[in-house]
Design a protein around this ligand. Structure first.
Ligand code: SF4
Length: 461
């Protein structure tokens, strides 16, 4: 029976209030002098005198501008433009604690808004940032009119598919007497190209694990969890992807269910073969740190068909290169070996905004894993720079419940999926599977600059 994938969203307010972006500084003597002047000028008319310029109510508290309500300020700067002699709008230094140098406060704001409302953040004043930069900002998707015939189909008549297939896909099927023989596809599908990665070990409490598993079930995707975190109280299901090391092989005996996928943390041919024998109907995925091209090709030659390639939380591989380059390199190595369509690449690390999902897919990932955005959606506090997956760089709020967490993550996923549909609609793509490795639909800033400026003396790429 056909069922259209849909995620129901609902309001899930923040449990800890975010510091406001601005501080409104009003000079009290300056304001008092101004009011006195107006009292005389308007002959004591309260209507005129108390009609302060902020339409957002910053100066509408009991004592008006003498105690401005910072949390209402949107930074339109009207007041400081009109009364520069006694009003100043400053950035709030408390906002720095919201994230780190990669997951900036603005990114945290966006993720919190998405998790709170399930909606797409829209900035009415337009985009005021740079049009290029490092990392994800150096990749632009092609949304020119000529490539977008499906523009009106995003939520309406035409359906855009976000389903991806995970598993081993042989390059061809062979039949004997009408029956398939030889290697058969071993794949399963998830309705969105996004799943959840294991959080740092310091956060693996029972409540948090239950939240992640329930959210994965609600959104019909997967969650990777270390096998030791699956206590008896965590409800089992095919959406759970146990991650195991060689030393934990024995733990699989007590697993108690057949997962859709298992993740091997570390490569060993014998280990791979043993898990295959134990779970013949589960897809076996190999978790690898980026860069991984040589090891990836060796593992493909040994029979592995699904890979989870990971950069650190700032999107960098161990050699310092960014995830976009590393995903492209892995994808292109498989294309050169003529086995790309037989292999599934799942990428992760540094994917912190909705637009990073299509960009990672364009760079060659079939699907992507989310890590820090889940923690930010649950209002985890950063304790310094969060680069490494093993560092205890986060602290979850104390007022945290499973139901609230599931709603926040569901809202986040719904918002990111809607934004993925927007990008695909604008690019004229009806299927996310066809977006994988579609580098012809992307522009890379470094390539464009090289093309335009390389003949000019002094140009350095
Ligand atoms: S900057 Fe705009 S929103 Fe903020 S206090 Fe001034 S007038 Fe109000």
């Amino acid at each position: 029976m056909y069922r259209r994938y849909h995620l129901p969203t609902d309001s899930a307010p923040d449990v800890t209030s975010l510091p406001s972006p601005f501080r409104v500084k009003v000079s009290k003597p300056g304001l008092a002098g101004f009011l006195l002047k107006e009292l005389i000028q308007y002959r004591g008319s309260r209507t005129i005198i108390l009609n302060r310029p902020c339409m957002y109510g910053v100066f509408s508290g009991p004592v008006g501008g003498f105690a401005p309500r910072d949390h209402l300020c949107v930074g339109c700067l009207r007041c400081t433009t009109q009364y520069p002699e006694f009003v100043r709008i400053l950035p709030n230094p408390a906002r720095v604690s919201l994230g780190d140098s990669y997951f900036t406060p603005d990114r945290v704001d966006a993720v919190c808004y998405e998790a709170r409302s399930g909606k797409i953040p829209v900035k009415g004043a337009g985009y005021r940032g740079p049009f290029g930069g490092d990392g994800w900002d150096g990749l632009w998707t092609d949304m020119s009119e000529i490539v977008r015939p499906t523009r009106d189909g995003i939520h309406g008549r035409e359906f855009i598919s976000t389903v991806i297939d995970i598993g081993a896909k042989p390059s061809r099927l062979t039949f004997a007497n009408g029956q398939p023989k030889g290697e058969a596809p071993q794949v399963f599908s998830i309705p969105i190209p996004v799943f959840f990665d294991a959080p740092p070990a310091s956060l693996l409490t029972d409540t948090f694990v239950k939240t992640l598993t329930a959210a994965a079930e609600a959104t019909e995707t997967l969650v990777v969890l270390p096998v030791e975190s699956l206590s008896k109280t965590v409800p089992r299901g095919r959406h759970i992807v146990p991650s195991i090391t060689r030393a934990q092989l024995g733990a699989l005996e007590q697993l108690g269910f057949e997962p859709a996928m298992l993740e091997l943390d570390g490569w060993d041919q014998q280990f791979f073969a043993q898990v295959q024998v134990q779970f013949p109907r589960s897809v076996i995925c190999l978790r690898m740190e980026l860069p991984a091209t040589d090891a990836l090709l060796r593992a493909v030659a040994s029979g592995v068909r699904v890979f989870h390639l990971l950069a650190n939380y700032h999107g960098r591989g161990s050699d310092g290169r960014f995830a976009t380059d590393l995903f492209r390199e892995a994808h292109q190595a498989l294309v050169a070996e003529r086995c790309r369509d037989e292999v599934t690449i799942l990428g992760g690390g540094g994917i912190i905004a909705a637009e990073h999902v299509p960009k990672a897919i364009i760079c060659g990932c079939d699907g992507v894993s989310l890590d820090t955005p889940l923690l930010v959606a649950l209002q985890a506090q950063f304790a310094g720079e969060a680069r490494s997956r093993n560092a205890s760089s986060f602290e979850l709020p104390s007022r945290f419940t499973v139901d609230w967490g599931v709603m926040r993550i569901t809202n986040l996923v719904a918002s990111w999926r809607d934004q993925l549909l927007e990008v695909m609609g604008a690019m004229g793509l009806r299927e996310v599977r066809r977006m994988r490795g579609e580098m012809g639909r992307a522009m890379f800033q470094t390539d464009l600059e090289k093309e335009a400026f390389s003949d000019i003396a002094g140009y350095v790429s």
